[in-house]
Design a binder for this molecule. Structure first.
Ligand code: HEM
Length: 133
């Protein structure tokens, strides 16, 4: 069984010489990798000691990157009440589910109504122009 690490433990490792990250609720020691990261050390230091799931996934890292990650594993994150919520849970579901289907449905509905109104207005305007000519 892999080691369980608390979020407050991870937060202690946020310096360049001791850099841990959380990605999908797993803890990685990236200290040896910072200098080799093709995306630069700055971005890794930015998320040092924190949940980097979103940053990591936003870039769309390759399978090779994920293999490197596997080699840096320290243990599993053990969440305690009050810790920042898991970011991988939000990423796992589709956008329509996370933002609530009503939100997107309403946005689309409003777009259609507004688009329709604009088209109607343009039609009326053109008609009035024709009348004048
Ligand atoms: C330990 C975690 C990470 C590993 C093992 C890793 C590994 C890699 C690898 C191997 C590449 C080359 C392209 C690829 O294979 O996808 C890459 C590129 C990149 N990474 Fe990461 N990465 C990590 C975390 C992050 C984080 C947290 C960020 C934050 C934004 C980030 C930003 C980038 C960017 C922007 C590139 C593109 C660089 C370019 O194409 O010029 N990476 N990473």
């Amino acid at each position: 069984m892999s080691k369980e690490i608390t979020y407050s433990e991870v937060q202690k490792h946020s310096g360049k010489k001791d850099l841990w990250l959380v990605i999908h609720d797993k803890v990685y020691n990236t200290t040896s990798f910072v200098d080799e990261h093709p995306g630069g050390e700055e971005v890794l230091l930015d998320v040092g000691g924190q949940d980097a799931t979103e940053a990591f996934e936003d870039v769309g890292h390759s399978d090779e990157a994920r293999e490197i990650l596997a080699g840096l594993l320290v243990g599993e994150l053990k969440r305690a009440p009050g810790d920042p919520k898991s970011k991988s849970a939000a990423l796992a579901s589709t956008p329509s589910k996370t933002s609530g289907s009503t939100g997107i449905g309403f946005g689309l509905y409003a777009l259609i109504v507004l688009g329709g109104a604009a088209a109607f207005g343009a039609y009326k305007y053109l008609q009035s122009q024709e009348g004048q000519a």
